[in-house]
Write a protein that binds this ligand. Structure first.
Ligand code: FAD
Length: 321
């Protein structure tokens, strides 16, 4: 029997949706290994996060709460996560910015092999194999980890969010392990969060994304469409590099990976590096004046048109509907 530990991500007193994808992985892995899964909720002001985690079918929810964990600094979190992982065969989180920062360090602390950004679990005879995208999603590699403890980060868009099970897991407080003297030298300076009324890009059901073609009119053209659809705004790297869109909106291989129900690509050519971040979207709509643009190869609905005329018209039609 082998157990799985989910490292939850909490913010503003709530679990982030990223946690639910890691729980889906944990359910599959625990079933394959004949074990159970627990969820670790770590931080300072955790609010309802632990109670929410307790609805997700875990054998138990571990809570590590201390004022020293107020501002996220990997070096302060790692010793506690590693201690909570005692007895677990697999430690999992989501490959969000948080998971990408924290989990490799947890793996190093546990002398564990690390399978990053996996898109599918392939159980085989009580062992776990992991499928992960390579070369901007143009190839998939299958890997196994041979260390006694394995650390895994999962691609949020590839694992559906776990639903509550109807039961309530027991909640246990665990000790917070102080960091080493060397780690104490890392100081939290500030966290400059971009405040937006819009849904978070990686969690939104609808994403309206713009490319270089929008030029300085990026916000003027896209914002009204995002507003009428209650959508998050994304961008291509070319639009970000040119300064038309903020860099945290970048979707793609070197940006965010999104898989909303609806992705509207406006004036985006569809380079493979962009597709790597959005081709898992359920329905893709492309607006581009070039009928041969590669984005149309992945689009469910395509409109060959000038975006500057089409997008305002689309907004008008949606408002009138
Ligand atoms: P373009 O390729 O210039 O396309 C603009 C499109 O707008 C064209 O198809 C054009 O027909 C259309 N258009 C122009 N005017 C209009 C109009 N009036 N109406 C309608 N359509 C119009 N890119 C990403 O997006 N994300 C990444 O994470 C990323 N990572 C990268 C990593 C590496 C290592 C490298 C090398 C590249 C990466 N890129 C990434 C860049 C990528 O290769 C492309 O250069 C980029 O995606 C192009 O952005 P674009 O589609 O906005 O611009």
């Amino acid at each position: 029997m082998a157990d799985v530990l989910v490292v939850a991500e909490a913010a503003d007193g709530k679990l982030k949706k990223t946690t639910h994808s890691a729980v889906t992985f944990a359910r599959q892995a625990a079933a394959a290994l004949g074990g159970t899964y627990s969820i670790l909720v770590i931080g300072d002001a955790l609010g309802d996060a632990a109670a929410e985690a307790a609805t997700l079918g875990a054998a138990k929810v571990l809570v590590a709460q201390a004022s020293s964990l107020k501002d996220y600094v990997a070096e302060r979190y790692v010793p506690t996560v590693a201690a909570a992982a005692k007895g677990a065969a697999v430690v999992v989180g989501t490959a969000s910015a948080y998971g990408k920062d924290l989990l490799p360090r947890v793996a190093a602390r546990l002398s564990a092999g690390f399978a990053s950004d996996i898109s599918e679990l392939l159980p085989e005879g009580g062992k776990l194999k992991y499928k992960r995208p390579m070369y901007a999603g143009n190839a998939y590699g299958i890997c196994t980890v041979s260390t006694p403890v394995q650390v895994v980060s999962v691609r949020q868009s590839a694992f559906a969010a776990a639903e509550p099970t109807g039961s309530t897991s027991p909640i246990e407080q665990v000790a917070v392990v102080p960091p080493s003297a060397a780690a104490e030298r890392v100081e939290f300076v500030s966290f400059d969060q971009v405040k937006s009324e819009r849904p978070e890009l990686t969690e939104a059901k609808v994403v309206v994304s713009g490319g270089r073609a929008l030029k300085e009119r990026f916000n003027e053209v896209l914002d009204p469409l995002a507003d009428v659809l209650g959508a998050a705004v994304g961008a291509s790297r070319a639009a970000c590099d040119a300064g038309y869109a903020a860099s945290d909106l970048q979707v793609g291989q070197t940006g965010k990976v999104v898989a909303p129900s609806l992705y509207i690509a406006v004036g985006i050519s569809g380079a493979i590096q962009h597709l790597a971040g959005m081709k898992g979207s359920k329905v893709i709509v492309a607006i581009n004046k070039d009928a041969d643009a590669p984005i149309f190869q992945v689009a469910d609905y395509g409109l060959v048109a000038d975006l500057f005329a089409t997008v305002p018209e689309l907004v008008k039609q949606i408002q009138a509907a």
